[in-house]
Design a protein around this ligand. Sequence first.
Ligand code: ZN
Length: 118
Amino acid sequence: MNLSIGTLYSVKCKYNAPYKTKDNLVTYTGKVVPSAKYDPPSTFRLTTEIADFPFRVIDFKSVVSFNGDTFNYELPKEEVRTVLGSRGDVYTVVTTNGRTTCTCPGFQFKKRCKHTES
Ligand SMILES: [Zn+2]
């Protein structure tokens, strides 16, 4: 989900506060502002209109809907497999969102290897 900076959203979230709302859902309305480097990558920031608390950090995993459209957080697709190198070493090949890496020395050096091409 790519949110546009400055766009107003009405975001319904699962509520994880010590006290509960009736349906454990809460709706926040605000404009998207840029995240800070230290924010977790699965979060975004929404303005609050509250002077002492100008924005809140919301985790995509808690979001139920954006502007009434149902939202399902998708974990990055990751495929992990183990390969046996020609000298008997075991390497791990990981494909995440179409990008493949390998733990063998050849891949570390050349950023490609025979294990990632099969
Ligand atoms: Zn390799």
